[in-house]
Each structure stands twice: as C-alpha cells, then as structure tokens.
Ligand binder design. Structure first.
Ligand code: CP
Length: 313
C-alpha cells in the first residue's frame, strides 16, 4: 500500500494511517541494515536528490544511506558548491534539477514553507521535508515515534516531556503534532522566553517553565538543542544558568519514572542542555534514534514512490 500523498511535507498533513504505515514498514526494513550485504533492489533505477540548504549530519547521511540500501541513486547537492552561491533561486534550482528527472527531492531549508513551495512547482517528482525553518521536521518525529513505541510498546498514557528551546524547534513542533495524535500526554518545558505564547493551546500540549513539573513521572524525556544559530536575541542570561535550570543531569532525571528513556535529536551540546553522563548513560536512546532514522527514511522513500506510481496525491 502506498502513502496517501505524493509528497511528505509535514506531520500536520500526514494522516494517522500513513504514520502507522511508515512505522510498520520501517520495522520491516530495519533488518536489511544488519545484513552483511545491506542492499535490496527495490528502488533500482530511481533517483533521490538531497537538496540541503542547511547543515546536517544525521538527516542527510541517513537519507543517502536509505536510498542506497534500496538501490536508488542518491545525489547530494551541496548549496555552498552549487549555483545557489551565485544567487539562483529555490524554484530555479528545483526546476533545473527536475529537468534531470529525479524521482524524489529531499529538501532542508532555513525558511518555513520552502518544501511546500517546491512541491507546488515540481509536478513529476515527490518532495520530502527534511526540516524547514522553525516549522516542521516530520521524518525526525517519525523516527522518534518508532523509538518510543519500540521501547514503551504504546503511546497512549505515556507522559512525554520535551525540554529546551521550544520556540526555535521544528523537532518539537512535529513531535507535538505526532505524539498527541497517537494519544500521548505531551509536556513542553523551557525558559519562558523560549516558549511561544499560545503554544500549548495550538498543539494541545501542557506547558511549564519548571523542569521538575515536566519530568515528574515522565516515561520519555526528550531534550532539545539550544539553537543559537536561530536565536537573534539573548534568551537566557548564561549557558551556566541555562544548564542549572533546564539542563538534564542525573539528579533531575531521577524525577522521571525509573525506566524513563532519554532522547535527543542531535547534535547534542554536552554540558549545555545535557550532561555527558546522561547522554551516554543506560537511559539514553540517542544513537538508537539515529539507527531508526535509516529505517524510517527507507520506508518513506519506498512508500512515497509507491504513491507516485499509483498517481495519487
Ligand atoms: N536531527 C537532525 O536533524 O540532525 P542533523 O541536523 O544532523 O540532520
């Protein structure tokens, strides 16, 4: 069964049945990555272009690995060495790449809505959002959901605390949308300056500036990176103060349930939002998230090309 749409632009647009389908398909693909020869011919002859306008380690390399494990051709487009550096617009770049007949363009862009704009212009190619500004990072939320469900066997009744720079986080937004849809109780926590007014009502989540309230009896603690590259003002007095109030250390983790898991989308800032002792501790599933990222992106490429083949939108 293919995905219901030709593009994957955000969790907001993704039906719950598609979320379930992606998680189940990812589980079935995971085994391929543990084989001695990590390749199946499923997408042979298909072309995936990674069009990244922002830096990435995990998302870009896992989309490339996912495409290659399914035998698709993967092309990495680096903005700094492309004609974008000469002033070419997103649409012109997209239309020129389209002339080379790719099947999927995976885009990360600093502007919210860039993947949606590209999708409007590219008629014969699927677009996947790999993170757009402070808007959404749907594939991150899907791999996070896979990790949570693997560890906790459910979403209903879970208390999930998302802590840190909520305001600038597309990971927080996509996770709030996905995890509340699946029945979890989501709390967001951070300095008042880093939680937008109305966030709780908009996303249907609980909001607190007290880390203890967010973490008490939590099943999942998801820490966020302080996104200094997007912060145009000073949002907290010092890194030392930020860590004292909102950094996760062993003492604060003890407020959560005994078997709570610790997540982080990466890259982590050790000693800023998370203590190295916790990041590397037995509760941490941070590298499991990265591993699941390959399986989720294999599932998405496979299912989205199925959708495009069926001619559905
Ligand atoms: N989680 C995440 O998006 O990491 P990268 O920025 O390295 O892709």
């Amino acid at each position: 069964m293919p995905l219901s749409g030709k593009h994957l632009l955000g969790i907001a647009e993704l039906p719950t049945s598609d979320i379930r389908l992606i998680l189940n398909t990812a589980r079935s693909f995971r085994e391929i990555s543990s084989r001695p020869i990590k390749k199946v011919p499923t997408l042979r002859g298909r072309t995936v272009i990674n069009l990244f306008y922002e830096a990435s380690t995990r998302t870009r390399s896992s989309f490339e690995i996912a495409a290659k494990r399914l035998s698709a051709d993967a092309i990495n487009f680096s903005v700094s060495t492309s004609s974008v550096a000469k002033g070419e617009s997103l649409i012109d770049t997209g239309m020129n790449l389209l002339s080379m007949n790719p099947d999927v363009i995976v885009i990360r862009h600093q502007e919210a809505g860039a993947p949606h704009l590209l999708a409007r212009y590219l008629k014969n190619c699927s677009v996947v959002n790999a993170g757009d500004g402070m808007h959404e990072h749907p594939t991150q939320a899907l791999l996070d959901a896979l990790t949570i469900e693997d560890r906790k066997s459910r979403f209903e009744g879970l208390k999930i605390a998302i802590v840190g720079d909520i305001a600038h986080s597309r990971v927080a937004r996509s996770n709030c949308l996905l995890l509340t849809r699946m029945g979890a109780e989501v709390w967001v926590c951070g300095p008042p300056t880093l939680i937008p007014v109305g966030f709780g009502e908009h996303y249907g989540v609980r909001v607190t500036c007290q880390m203890r309230e967010a973490l008490e009896d939590a099943d999942v603690v998801m820490m966020l990176r302080t996104q200094r590259e997007r912060q145009k003002e000073v949002f907290y007095p010092s890194v030392k103060e930020y860590f004292a109030l909102y950094g996760l250390n062993r003492k604060k983790l003890a407020w959560a349930k005994k078997n709570a898991i610790v997540m982080h989308p990466g890259p982590i800032n050790r000693g800023v939002e998370i203590d190295p002792d916790v990041a590397d501790g037995s509760e941490s599933v941070i590298l499991e998230q990265v591993n699941n990222g390959v399986a989720v992106r294999m599932a998405i490429l496979y299912l989205i090309l199925g959708a495009a083949e069926e001619g559905s939108r």
